[in-house]
Design a protein around this ligand. Structure first.
Ligand code: AP5
Length: 190
């Protein structure tokens, strides 16, 4: 089972590379950002809570995210070929909860793939996407907050996954197909 954590700062290409992995390997996909944006669109209580955090560039509390994750994961049934976790985990408690949730089901994360992209490129990509899609958190002020949250709360997970022995670093700057070829190499070595 190829359970994969696709990891990186906002704008590093997690969603873009996930789409290519889904198409090539038929993996399932959990994007916690997409789940939350869907809740916002549907006007649910969770969506109302999430909107405040997202528009302020902050993380949604771990307890809420962990509950969502388990229920989406279980919706795929027991016999899937693997799930891409996109945007989760973002804190060490989330990584520990993911490990525990999977272990309870006899599963594990097979590889963590870090897309490494310089900050000025991230800002450029997200400002451009904001202009094109109108995503409410793609404005300069919120992007700066998101990058700060990434550095303080999320990037320590790189060391955490190195200790788990499943960390894979990929240069996420440059041509999409070269990046995807590097991603495929990791997946095919699982
Ligand atoms: P989320 O939706 O996960 O956003 P993010 O991590 O900020 O990531 P993005 O979607 O912005 O970027 P990406 O890495 O997927 O890049 P993409 O492929 O789109 O989370 C949003 C919010 O929800 C969070 O801030 C938080 O509040 C909350 N949240 C979510 N998960 C949570 C959790 N686990 N715990 C707590 N809170 C949570 O690419 C970006 C752009 O670059 C695109 O336009 C793309 O076309 C372009 N691009 C991609 N690759 C390249 C390339 N190689 N060259 C040039 N352009 C490229």
């Amino acid at each position: 089972m190829r359970n994969i954590v696709i990891f990186g700062a906002p704008g590093s290409g997690k969603g873009t590379q996930s789409d290519k992995m889904i198409a090539k390997y038929g993996l399932k996909h959990i994007s916690t950002g997409d789940v939350l944006r869907n809740e916002i669109k549907n006007g649910t209580e969770l969506g109302k809570t999430a909107k405040e955090f997202i528009d302020n560039g902050q993380l949604i509390p771990d307890e809420l995210m962990i509950d969502i994750l388990a229920s989406v994961y279980d919706s795929f049934g027991k016999e899937h070929g693997g799930v891409i976790f996109d945007g989760f985990p973002r804190t060490i408690p989330q990584a520990e909860a993911l490990k525990k949730m999977l272990a309870e089901r006899g599963h594990k994360v097979a590889a963590m793939i870090e897309l490494d992209v310089p900050e000025e490129e991230l800002m450029k990509r997200l400002l451009l996407r904001g202009q094109q899609s109108g995503r409410s958190d793609d404005n300069e002020e919120t992007i700066k907050k998101r990058l700060g949250v990434y550095h303080h709360q999320t990037s320590p997970l790189i060391e955490w996954y190195k200790q788990e022995g499943i960390h894979n670093h990929i240069d996420g700057l440059g041509e999409l197909e070269r990046i995807f070829a590097d991603v495929c190499t990791v997946i095919e070595n699982i």
